[in-house]
Design a binder for this molecule. Structure first.
Ligand code: NAG
Ligand code: NAG
Ligand code: NAG
Ligand code: NAG
Ligand code: NAG
Ligand code: NAG
Ligand code: NAG
Length: 503
């Protein structure tokens, strides 16, 4: 997989206040220099900084590892459970050819010999394969780890020496899904064990796609960041009963047009359950093929075999009359409404030739893709699941509760700069009921998003993908190569723990 060179903003701003730890997560905006967003922290802010780096989309946090602290940028991933840092001697970081192949240098790396508190736990103990076939492997080590101003002593993490992406990953899932043969207390366990938070839970607010940053709050809920009642939902109980990932019972998706017409697609049309994984480490969202077929034919979206993703008419972004939103339901009282501007990504250059049968002039990447591509790519054996990534999560306020095996879910109050933090108590038996603000303060006026991206770097790797389609003309192939980097912008990075069989 190749990734587009880009600029990544890492915004640091941390605070520990009683048993709540909060910091901002910054979004990597491909190819665009972005200014730093204002700090949301209440105490102990850090200077903002801009890091020139590579990003495949996603949300990044800045942490410190070791003594003295080394600054590292990590991808925030609710879909995996290990924290891994990129070693200074990692193959990708020391080999220009690999950097050209994967299209990314390393952002910042960790050098254990420069940390007096580093300890080796298990040489060669770590290897993870993500759904996009990206891999990372190396040793298990431990060292001091600071996030949002809270320092965890001797946190076990992976020290990666073979990688295909230029930042580490901060997995925030259940320890049962760690890649280690012997499970260990991971960052969420240690946050609670070392007394930083009372309840093993965090609230994720990715915020509007057109905004530079969102935030994560460990051990608390911010009632200014959502609208209405926080719905408390039990995690979907997997066969066997051990919770290994953040999955919800998913009941339907409804396509609702601006004129009131709606089309509801219940998951009951499937012949199997398709629980939804809430995964911040995945850029797009994936629904079972039978559901996407209905949505695609209603909206005129077309699958582009060269890009291996569905494309949709960009005009939906600018035409209020035909604009739509998708309502995702998880229970009779829990529905998240995702507006059109979160679902249609204007990432392809104007020169990109739309696929055959595509009638509109300008194609955009659709934020909803089919899980069938995972089976087609041979990454997983089964595709009876739903994966709700950033294109869904940005519209939601999500409380991930590892203590009570619950998810708190509400419609996000976008661009909120106010903050009212409720601490989650140590001795509760459930997430509390909580009420957010009455309504979204601002209203949306559709405007075309025009985000100029640098061209791809021409290339080897993905050429093979395009090449598999014998029918493509040379001109079209060349264009495909040009957008390969852009495709990577929407690339994904998932570690679904025990949910899926990863080949
Ligand atoms: C780490 O980042 C902080 C805050 O941005 C900065 O003050 C410090 O100098 C950095 N440390 C190193 C070793 O770069
Ligand atoms: C949130 O802020 C961004 C950036 O200023 C803006 O483009 C967007 O329209 C805002 N969202 C809402 C819902 O007002
Ligand atoms: C569930 O976890 C328990 C304790 O870790 C283990 O003994 C059991 O085998 C697990 N069950 C399944 C189905 O994985
Ligand atoms: C999921 O939701 C459906 C429809 O409401 C319901 O019939 C089913 O029992 C639920 N499954 C679980 C595991 O909660
Ligand atoms: C998904 O399908 C596979 C085979 O088609 C089956 O073995 C598995 O149990 C299914 N998973 C769920 C959650 O229904
Ligand atoms: C509403 O808009 C959709 C999409 O433009 C269209 O298919 C449908 O016929 C419209 N319904 C009404 C009642 O106008
Ligand atoms: C979709 O959600 C919005 C906001 O919650 C709501 O106003 C609307 O009625 C819902 N539409 C459908 C078809 O469920």
């Amino acid at each position: 997989m190749r990734l587009l060179s880009a600029v990544l903003l890492a915004l640091v701003s941390g605070a520990v206040s009683q048993n709540v730890v909060q910091f901002n997560v910054a979004k990597g905006l491909p190819g665009v220099h972005v200014g730093a967003a204002p700090s949301l922290s209440r105490r102990g802010t850090y200077p903002e900084e801009l890091i020139n780096s590579i990003s495949g989309g996603g949300y990044y946090v800045q942490v410190q590892v070791g003594t003295p602290p080394q600054n590292l940028t990590m991808l925030l991933d609710t879909g995996s459970s290990d924290a891994w840092v990129l070693g200074h001697d990692a193959d990708l970081c020391t080999d220009r050819n690999l950097q050209d192949l994967y299209g990314m240098p390393c952002t910042d790396t960790y050098n254990p010999s420069k940390s007096s508190t580093n300890k080796m736990i298990k040489p060669d103990g770590f290897k993870i394969v993500y759904l996009d076939r990206g891999t990372a492997s190396g040793d298990y080590i431990s060292d001091h780890f600071t996030i949002g101003g809270a320092t965890l002593e001797s946190l076990q993490m992976a020290y990666v020496t073979k990688a295909v992406r230029g930042t580490g990953v901060l997995g925030l899932g259940f320890s049962i899904s760690e890649r280690a043969s012997t499970k260990y207390p991971n960052i969420m366990d240690q946050m609670a064990d070392q007394g930083h938070i009372g309840c093993k839970a965090y609230s994720l607010y990715l915020n509007d796609r057109r905004t530079d940053s969102g935030s994560i709050l460990f051990g608390g809920i911010d009632t200014d960041k959502f609208i209405g009642e926080l719905q408390v939902l039990p995690l979907y109980t997997p066969p066997g009963g051990n919770y290994s990932s953040f999955e919800l019972n998913f009941t339907s998706v409804a396509l609702a047009y601006a004129n009131g017409t709606q089309l509801s697609i219940p998951t009951s049309i499937l012949d199997h359950p398709a629980p939804a994984v809430l995964d911040s480490g995945t850029t797009l969202s994936y629904l079972p093929d039978k559901m996407t077929q209905t949505i695609y034919s209603a909206l005129g979206a077309i699958y582009d075999p060269d890009l291996r993703m569905a494309l949709i008419d960009c005009a939906y972004l600018t035409s209020p009359a035909s604009s739509f939103h998708l309502n995702f339901s998880f229970s009779p009282t829990s529905t998240i409404s995702v507006p059109v501007w979160e679902l249609i990504l204007d990432l392809l250059p104007a020169s990109y030739p739309p696929p055959p049968h595509f009638t509109s002039r300008k194609a955009c990447v659709f934020g909803i893709q089919s899980t069938a591509i995972f089976s087609d790519a041979g990454t997983v054996k089964q595709s009876n699941f739903t994966l709700l990534g950033d294109t869904f999560l940005r519209s939601a306020y999500v409380v991930y509760d590892l203590t009570h095996y619950q998810i708190g879910l509400a419609q996000a109050n976008l661009n909120s700069s106010a903050s009212t933090v409720v601490e989650l108590p140590h001795d509760a038996t459930s997430l509390p009921s909580a009420t957010g603000v009455a309504a979204q303060q601002t209203t949306f006026t559709p405007t075309p998003t025009s985000r100029a991206l640098g061209g791809g770097r021409g290339g080897s790797g993905e050429g093979a993908v395009a090449g598999r389609n014998g029918a493509s003309s040379t001109a079209r192939l060349r264009s495909v190569w040009e957008v390969v980097g852009i495709v990577a912008v929407t690339g994904f990075m998932v570690g679904l723990g025990g949910v899926l069989v990863i080949l």
